[in-house]
Design a protein around this ligand. Structure first.
Ligand code: GUN
Ligand code: ZN
Length: 433
């Protein structure tokens, strides 16, 4: 079935870079997006496309709003929804004091299912159409997040957390159960509809060498699954890793040693790396998740986007809720700008959007099907509306270019500015209209 949507349309075709290359984006002031069976069939100016549409194709008139590709959150913990903004600690104390006790509640499938439903709806309300998600150590929590995503036809990648040392007993698995449970979950969920599986060792600190080896075996047996973990987030963590794996050259070397650095490996944070790490990550095809709100909130450090990009490492933007403080990718983009500004790096609006859409899709190896609105891609998109708040309406009225408007919306916008979120051309939710 064909559908058409008329609005201003903006999407990235490539990385606009620090200088906001205009050729890397497409902006249609009065555009039409034609969707056929959930896939983008055509995109172009209203003037060109409207006269060619068959009479039976209904055109949804969203004139005055802006269509963007759906946002992609490259690293987020659904089990931490209820501990966002927990006061006063850096990573290792924050995990012990807040994250671990909260995650213990997810042994209860009913609780996990209730949170998963709310979490997925919150993603959609914020315009996020795809996410790479940490569940918890409990397989039933993985079922819960996949069931919630499947019910909404959302493209989502998730996995069971592996952790067998240096953690509370009630959250601990072991190398054999980590392997067997992950394998069963891969067989049950990976490639089912729009779902994908990520092998998810929490971080090297909470996995024995036997467990990391088991995770590496899975990563080799199932090469099209993802590997999803944390890397070099906090200086105290990095010191403990160096002591625990005294044979290693670096934190990344630990993952590499166990076969966990490969295409489709996504490492959250990547704050305390050296040039050799970045070169190795680029060579092996791993990618980084840039989590600015979390890095600021937990006092972890500043992500060096320029060094990662110069080394050829793919980077996607991520909220890292609940270390991160918002599920909104608009909020996350604005904090990314500030983190880079502090390092004399610039982040034009088009590149911020790239990191949250096409760049994120490339980092996840999903750019063949999502990330922008090119013909043939899955029609996951959002409708952004400048009237979401009086602040955005006033500021928008004072802008004179699309770059200025996008930049202002990144800073002043939030979920109130997302009027609707579409998954494969179907309206998943309509808000604030
Ligand atoms: N490192 C290991 N576990 C976590 C977690 O839950 N959140 C963050 N931000 N870092 C981690
Ligand atoms: Zn995290």
């Amino acid at each position: 079935m064909q559908q058409a949507f008329r609005a201003s349309i903006f999407h990235c075709l490539a990385d606009p870079g620090e200088k906001a290359a205009p050729s890397a984006v497409e902006f249609l002031e009065d555009g039409v997006l034609v969707v056929d069976d959930g896939v983008v069939a055509r995109i172009g100016s209203a003037e060109k496309i409207l006269p060619t549409l068959a009479v039976e194709v209904a055109v949804e008139d969203l004139t005055g709003s802006l269509i963007l590709p759906g946002f992609i959150d490259c690293h987020v913990h659904f089990s931490q929804l209820d501990i966002i903004a927990s006061y006063g600690e850096q990573l290792l104390d924050w995990l012990n004091r807040y994250a671990y006790p909260e995650e213990a509640r997810f042994s209860d499938k009913e609780h996990a299912a209730e949170v998963a439903e709310v979490f997925v709806d919150e993603l959609l309300r914020n315009g996020t159409t795809t996410a790479l998600v940490f569940a918890t150590v409990f397989p039933q929590s993985v079922d819960a997040i996949f069931e919630a995503a499947a019910a909404r036809n959302m493209r989502l990648v998730a996995g069971k957390v592996l952790m067998d040392i240096n953690c509370p007993d009630e959250l601990s698995d072991d190398p054999a159960s980590a392997y067997n449970d992950s394998k069963a979950l891969i067989e049950r969920w990976h490639g089912k509809g729009r779902l994908g599986y990520a092998i998810t060792p929490r971080f090297a600190l909470t996995s024995s060498e036997d467990q990391l080896a088991a995770a590496g075996r899975l990563a080799a047996e199932y090469p099209d699954t993802w590997v999803h973990t944390h890397l070099a987030e906090n200086t105290a963590e990095v010191e403990e890793i160096a002591a625990q794996f005294s044979w290693s050259r670096s934190y990344l070397d630990v993952y590499d040693h166990f076969g966990l650095l490969r295409e489709r490996s996504i490492f959250a944070h990547c704050l305390h790396l050296d040039a050799a790490d970045r070169a190795l990550m680029a060579e092996k095809g791993g990618a980084g998740a840039f989590c600015p709100t979390s890095n600021l909130f937990l006092g972890s450090g500043l992500f060096d986007l320029k060094s990662m990009s110069d080394a050829g490492v793919g980077v996607g933007l991520a909220t890292d809720v609940g270390g991160g403080t918002s599920l909104s990718m608009l909020r996350t983009m604005s904090e990314a700008y500030k983190v880079l500004h502090l390092q004399d790096q610039s982040l034009p609006a088009s590149r911020a959007l790239y990191l949250a859409t096409l760049g994120a899709a490339q980092a996840l190896g999903l750019d063949h099907c999502i990330g922008n609105l090119e013909v043939g891609k899955e029609a996951d998109f959002i409708v952004l509306n400048v009237d979401g708040s009086s602040a955005t309406a006033r500021r928008a009225a004072a802008t004179s270019s699309i770059d200025e408007l996008l930049f202002a919306l990144i800073f002043l916008g939030d979920d109130r500015n997302i009027s609707a979120t579409y998954l494969q051309g179907q309206c998943a939710s309509t808000f604030n209209r």
